[in-house]
Design a binder for this molecule. Structure first.
Ligand code: DQA
Length: 143
């Protein structure tokens, strides 16, 4: 089993970016957590981060063709990108929509997601540790 973790725009700046909202962990810390979680469960986890929408679309196509599960934090694209939605809709394995912050406690424009109704599940507000929970769930439900 392979799990992709795809992070969208500005998430490469974790640690520096609004730490009061997103916490002190860096994107490298996030990668290490995901890889460590994957190896403890015996699955391959690959983490990528994109600031350019087309790159994310291409990665989602790759995941669809591989039949891989995806944990997707699409960042701001979550709220408006039909291109990301259309690419994510092609996935055949489970898709977890994930947000580090609890978007429902934040500005109104963050309350709407164009991904939630095509996702298997949605997680928000568990911080960076939420990625480990999402990977764990994907592996458990695949057994
Ligand atoms: C985010 C929430 C989004 O509203 C925001 O645009 C992000 C990060 C989160 O992880 O909490 O970039 O997806």
């Amino acid at each position: 089993m392979k799990v992709f973790v795809f992070n969208g725009p500005n998430l490469g700046r974790l640690g520096k970016r609004e730490p009061g909202v997103y916490g002190a962990s860096t994107h490298d810390d996030l990668v290490q957590l995901c890889e460590k979680t994957g190896s403890s469960l015996g699955v391959e986890v690959e983490v990528r981060q994109a600031d350019h929408e087309g790159e994310m679309v291409t990665w989602l196509h790759e995941a669809a063709d591989a039949g891989a599960a995806v944990v997707l934090n699409a960042g701001a694209w979550t709220h408006y990108s039909i291109a990301i939605r259309d690419a994510a809709a092609q996935l055949t394995a489970p898709l977890i929509e994930l947000h580090i912050s609890n978007v429902h406690r934040r500005e109104e424009f963050r309350h709407h997601s164009v991904l939630s109704d095509i996702a298997t599940g949605v997680m928000a507000g568990f911080g960076v540790p939420g990625y480990a929970l999402a990977i764990r769930w994907l592996v458990e439900q695949a057994d």
